[in-house]
Write a protein that binds this ligand. Sequence first.
Ligand SMILES: *[C@@H]1O[C@H](CO)[C@@H](O)[C@H](O)[C@H]1NC(C)=O
Ligand SMILES: *[C@@H]1O[C@H](CO)[C@@H](O)[C@H](O)[C@H]1NC(C)=O
Ligand SMILES: *[C@@H]1O[C@H](CO)[C@@H](O)[C@H](O)[C@H]1NC(C)=O
Ligand SMILES: *[C@@H]1O[C@H](CO)[C@@H](O)[C@H](O)[C@H]1NC(C)=O
Ligand SMILES: *[C@@H]1O[C@H](CO)[C@@H](O)[C@H](O)[C@H]1NC(C)=O
Ligand SMILES: *[C@@H]1O[C@H](CO)[C@@H](O)[C@H](O)[C@H]1NC(C)=O
Ligand SMILES: *[C@@H]1O[C@H](CO)[C@@H](O)[C@H](O)[C@H]1NC(C)=O
Length: 260
Amino acid sequence: MFRFLCLIIILFVVSGEEVSPRIVKERISLLSFRSGVVLDPEGALESWNSSGVHVCNWTGVKCNNASDHVVQLDLSGLSLRGRISPALANLSSLLVLDLSRNFFEGHIPAELGDLLQLRQLSLSWNLLGGNIPEELGFLHHLVYLDLGSNRLAGDIPVPLFCNGSSSLEYMDLSNNSLTGEIPLKNECKLGALRFLLLWSNRLVGRVPRTLSNSTNLEWLDLESNMLSGELPSEIVRKMPKLQFLYLSYNGFVSHDDSSR
Ligand SMILES: *[C@@H]1O[C@H](CO)[C@@H](O)[C@H](O)[C@H]1NC(C)=O
Ligand SMILES: *[C@@H]1O[C@H](CO)[C@@H](O)[C@H](O)[C@H]1NC(C)=O
Ligand SMILES: *[C@@H]1O[C@H](CO)[C@@H](O)[C@H](O)[C@H]1NC(C)=O
Ligand SMILES: *[C@@H]1O[C@H](CO)[C@@H](O)[C@H](O)[C@H]1NC(C)=O
Ligand SMILES: *[C@@H]1O[C@H](CO)[C@@H](O)[C@H](O)[C@H]1NC(C)=O
Ligand SMILES: *[C@@H]1O[C@H](CO)[C@@H](O)[C@H](O)[C@H]1NC(C)=O
Ligand SMILES: *[C@@H]1O[C@H](CO)[C@@H](O)[C@H](O)[C@H]1NC(C)=O
């Protein structure tokens, strides 16, 4: 028994400071994520090793004050190459996930829809393909969503506009290969929306009338799609805060009294 206790004490001393079991689980998620990174030319993830650097001090990682939860993972602009591991879904307290401006390829893991606390998701400027998982529409606290300049295809999932976050202020899906209509149905409302950027896709159909309910919209860019119907002047007239409106390179028809 005494020997056993000694062993425990020694183990405790060797492992350094006390570490909460929750952060141990999150550390495992981060290491699974790192194993999906095949190239790290700037050595950004070198601190992600077992030689005594606490998880909360790893490059790009921020914890809450008690250091028992990872709340931010920001690895933007580090030229990382690889795939995004679904293991990130176990960082259950994550508020900010920013992997933008890297070379991540493959699909966006649907498991990211489990990160229910997430406020900001930035995956722009990567090589991500496939569909946008509809699970991202389950992120009810999302404020900022940027998936722009990837290779995403397929229709925009309805839950993103309809079942998604009522606090969503920024949505950028521009410069992809998205098809279908803008899935904003009558019963849906994006009341907090300030920025909607859908330029350079293959979107068809009309600009949904329901968009007029987004009265906080400041920036609307639908340029370079295949949208049709009348110029949506009736819709944008109800948006007192609108400062930037880009509609060119579509198939809109304009009537005398509706062109602005
Ligand atoms: C672990 O990271 C530290 C800090 O970046 C570095 O000095 C050390 O060489 C690394 N150790 C290993 C085994 O990679
Ligand atoms: C992180 O590093 C700083 C400075 O090196 C240190 O003061 C702090 O205690 C470390 N945090 C943890 C949780 O180990
Ligand atoms: C940490 O504590 C400081 C001061 O108590 C507070 O301002 C800050 O918001 C806290 N940070 C987090 C991530 O909780
Ligand atoms: C989350 O962690 C559990 C073990 O704690 C593991 O079984 C599960 O596969 C992990 N989830 C993902 C998406 O990797
Ligand atoms: C809305 O999201 C919840 C999960 O938060 C899901 O169970 C439900 O099926 C979704 N509804 C629609 C219409 O997508
Ligand atoms: C659109 O994305 C591609 C990469 O997919 C990039 O090369 C191009 O510069 C982007 N276009 C604009 C106008 O940002
Ligand atoms: C949105 O606007 C349409 C008409 O433009 C209206 O019929 C509908 O009730 C509104 N929806 C919500 C959720 O406010």
